[in-house]
Every structure is written in C-alpha cells, then in structure tokens.
Write a protein of this length. Sequence first.
Length: 277
Amino acid sequence: MNDVFIYLSLIDFILMRTPKCFLIIFLLLLVCSNEIIAQYGFSHEVGIITGPVAFQSDYGERHDFSTNAGNTGYGIGIIHYLNFSYKADCNCYTPETYFNDHFKLRSELSYNKTELKHFGEWVRPERKKLFNEQLRGMRGSTAVTNIGMQLEFFPMSIRDFTATIGSWGPFVSLGGQFSFYDPEAYSTLGKLNAPATTPIKYYNATDNTGGTVWSIVSSVGTRYKMSPLSDFMVDLRFQYYFSNWVDGLNPDPKIYTENRSNDWLVWFNFGYIYYIQ
C-alpha cells in the first residue's frame, strides 16, 4: 500500500510540473504502445526513476570540480518499457530471436531542476575586484521537462534474467528526447545588464523566456531482479542538448570560445520497475 502511495505521489509531482502538450504526447505514446501490444502480444513494464543531476552549463569554470559538484539538482521520471521477449496475451515467451532476447524499447516522461551559480578561481573570497563580485552575485536555475525514447541493449539474455530471482541485467541505451526548458538568470546585486551587476562577458547574454530543444540521450546501467514481477534499476545517463540556451546564459561563443559548447547533463538515477502482464 505504501509503495502505491509513493508511486502515485511521484506521478502527481511530475504531472504538476509538466506542460500540457507533453502530457498529451506521452499519453499518445502509451496509447500507441497499447495498440502494438494488442496487435502483436508484447508485454510492457512501467516504473519510476529519481536521482541527482549534474548540469554542465555556462555557469562556473570548465573542468573545475567545484563547478561539477556545485551545479547539481534532482530529476524524477515515469518510464514505460515494451518487452519483446514476452507475450502478454498467452502469458508465454515469444519465439526466440537475438533482437527480442537482447533489446527493449523505453519511453519516458521526466523532469529535472538545477540551481546554478559560478564556481572556481574567479569567485574565490580573496578576489575583491568588481568583476569578481559580479560573478559571485550571478545566479540561475533551469527546469527541464523531457519526453522521448531509448532503445536498450542487454548483453545477456533477457529471458534468463527474467526467470532468475537475484540476477543482474546490465544494459546500455541510446535514444533521443524533446524537451521544454524554463530557465531563470538573475543577480543578487540587482537587475542584470547593468554596469554595477553584470560583467561585460555576460551583457545581453541571458534569456529567461524558455523554449524547446532536442537532445541525444545515452545510458549505462543495470537491473536487479527483486521478484518475478519487479526489478530495481540503477542508471547513469548522459544527455546532450542541441542548444546553449537551456541554462538561460549564453555569452557570444565567437568571442568567448570557452563557452562555445552546448549545455549537457549527467543524471544518476535509481528506479523501480513493475511488469504488467
């Protein structure tokens, strides 16, 4: 009963922060999956994931540990799997092929939020110039809602993993996502784009309007078979956005080449997956 309550609470948390268009798309994906299941007999799985996010952006210093450790947030998501190795209509395995014994299709609706600020050498307390004070005063955040799919590859047999309680099922995945981002950039010293608050580098380099962006997603992780109908999952994800505005900050990359890279993140998440038959 407690597991059901936690699951429903997490779903409510995501839905409250998800644009309506994303909810509609996700529901359409589920309907299409159910149509495939009904037609071909594939079974499916549902689950939840959550964990810390490290967001790599234009805040902070490149290759700096304090930046990587400091600009972190959290992520949460609802996931759905299409399991090709099992047929729900007959409660039996499908005829074995390499594809259906080693691949699953994962769809996902997720949300992550990260608080951002500058870290590194130029914001150390002993640096007292106006430029350093302005950097220390700059703050930001970004909230990102993602929807997409990944194809997961299991090197070991999915059938053997499913049949063995206490077994491990490592996997790697690759896919794409469409995201809505909602950034906020500001300064504790006052309004940005003013001589007293903003370094020259960041003049007219902020945008809080938000937008949409595509991204490439790749993961490596493993499942642990808890029971015949449930798995525990650990997943390390890399997500690269095709935009440098996801954090709301983008200095001119032609001048400031150290900021020419697009935004990206690393998400280490834990998940619970339930098999629906």
